[in-house]
Design a protein around this ligand. Structure first.
Ligand SMILES: Nc1ncnc2c1ncn2[C@@H]1O[C@H](COP(=O)(O)OP(=O)(O)OP(=O)(O)O)[C@@H](O)[C@H]1O
Ligand SMILES: [Mg+2]
Length: 269
């Protein structure tokens, strides 16, 4: 018998499965349930499937079976997070878990207790949507690559841009206004890269600010950031990590950023 954990999210369907002693993963666009069905159909073995995620019921209906297990999204996510922490020999007593998916949700986990603390519509969908209107592409890899070559200098207003010759009330390099510099600065030479760098900066700063506030309310220092928006996205990770560290919290990124839900679903079978 072969087991699959499936996290059907707003943008991506993630699948986790065992290959010998290792967990392998694959994802498909949530608009392409046909590809998911085709991939599952290739298995010669009888399958045991556990589903999670906001589109789990839609996918179940599409696949035409009612024999699947179902696990609540955050329960699956926690199991997937704990599995990855254990693999890295990390033990965490209490933590904030910030899931940057299509949108972002922020939870608190302490032992077996968990609580949803906050959320924002700013997330991976925002990155794709704003990039589409500003630079004409919604292709994640291309957006990330461009942003890493971009500069936010003429996009954002920094605190030090405003407090010239005045004593700084906070660190001068912090952003005072995302995209606010577009009103006054001279345009850069590589505007496409700079626009997407600005979008990534805005998303990272909004999300880390919320996560830090959530950590403050619970008196915890660890913040685990997950979600496929972080996959091979060094710039977003850097924005998030540097602000989180500045606020004296400890940012953690897991090796399989987007797959915690799918891994957790697999482990509950
Ligand atoms: N191949 C890809 N195709 C589309 N988006 C991608 C891809 N790789 C990374 N991303 C990014 O990941 C984001 C989706 O993240 P994730 O898979 O964690 O969300 P989701 O589970 O589908 O959504 P939610 O949890 O909010 O329902 C996209 O919005 C995009 O920014
Ligand atoms: Mg998700």
């Amino acid at each position: 018998m072969c087991s699959l954990g499936i996290d059907a999210g707003g943008t991506l369907v993630k699948i986790a499965y065992w290959q010998k002693d290792e967990i392998e993963t694959i994802n498909f666009p949530a608009t392409r349930f046909d590809l998911v069905k085709e991939w599952i159909g290739k298995s010669n073995e009888k399958l045991q499937i556990c589903m999670t995620g906001g589109r789990a019921k839609q996918l179940e209906t599409y696949l035409g079976s009612e024999n699947y297990h179902y696990v609540v999204e955050f329960d699956a996510t926690v199991q997937g997070v704990l599995y990855q922490l254990k693999k890295q020999n990390l033990q965490i007593e209490k933590t904030i878990i910030t899931n940057i998916g299509t949108g972002t949700s922020i939870h608190y986990l302490s032992g077996t207790i968990h609580e949803r603390l906050a959320g924002t519509g700013i997330g991976g969908g925002t990155l794709l949507g704003l990039s589409k209107i500003l630079i004409g592409t919604d292709q994640f890899e291309e957006i990330v690559k461009k942003s890493e070559q971009g500069s936010r200098k003429w996009i954002d207003v920094r605190v030090e841009d405003i407090y010239q010759n005045n004593q700084l009330p906070i660190k001068g390099s912090l952003t005072a206004s995302n995209f606010g510099a577009l009103l006054t600065a001279e345009q850069g030479v590589n505007d496409e890269n700079d626009y997407v760098a600005g979008i990534q900066g805005m998303i990272g700063e909004v999300i880390s600010s919320l996560a830090i506030q959530a950590a403050d309310t619970k008196g915890c220092t660890d913040i685990i950031y997950i979600g496929t928006t972080l996959e091979e996205n060094e710039m977003l990770q850097n924005v998030i990590a540097s602000y989180t560290i500045l606020k004296e919290k400890n940012p953690l990124f897991l090796p399989q950023h987007g797959y915690s839900g799918a891994i957790g679903a697999l482990l509950t079978i």
